[in-house]
Design a protein around this ligand. Structure first.
Ligand SMILES: [Zn+2]
Length: 154
């Protein structure tokens, strides 16, 4: 995944396209970002207190979205990323992953693997989570597939 570059004036074919790039940026940079959709505007903000913002609006009479404002400086630390939900669709909260892990424990054996699942499900840092998941994929594909495909319910 290449690091998406953002700049004022940048054009996107549609709002979805813009949100995609913003999401990739957040994951790639390990940032805690929120996408706010309005009718013909999309604003992406960082964590509370951080001035980082990218704001795109629909070009008049077109589907095209254009970046109008981009403040590239972060004052926040890297860290907590809610997009873990996107890596494990259907999971509402990290808390739920604990339930997954409990089921996982009963289904698969192997201390190293357990340790890895525990680390993967207890991290809220996406790059770290991905690394653990990748390790698991290489180590035990069945276990990985099981975990990745598991819908998480409360
Ligand atoms: Zn920030």
């Amino acid at each position: 995944m290449s690091n998406p570059q953002l700049s004022v004036g940048l054009l996107f074919t549609c709002a979805i396209d813009f949100r995609d790039v913003a999401r990739k940026y957040a994951i790639k940079n390990g940032r805690n970002m929120f996408i706010k959709n309005e009718k013909d505007k999309v604003r992406v903000v960082c964590s509370v207190g951080c001035p980082w913002v990218v704001y795109a609006a629909q070009v008049r009479n077109e589907k095209t979205f254009q970046v109008r404002t981009y403040h590239a400086e972060h004052t926040c630390g890297r860290g907590l990323v809610p997009t873990i939900e996107e890596l494990l669709p259907n999971s509402k909260h990290r808390h739920c992953l604990r339930h997954v892990y409990n089921n996982f424990k009963q289904k698969f054996n192997g201390l190293a693997l357990k340790d890895r699942v525990c680390k993967a499900t207890s991290t809220s840092n996406v790059p770290s989570f991905s690394r653990h998941m990748k390790w698991m994929k290489e180590e035990d594909r069945n276990a990985y597939n099981w975990l990745a495909s598991k819908p998480v319910v409360h």
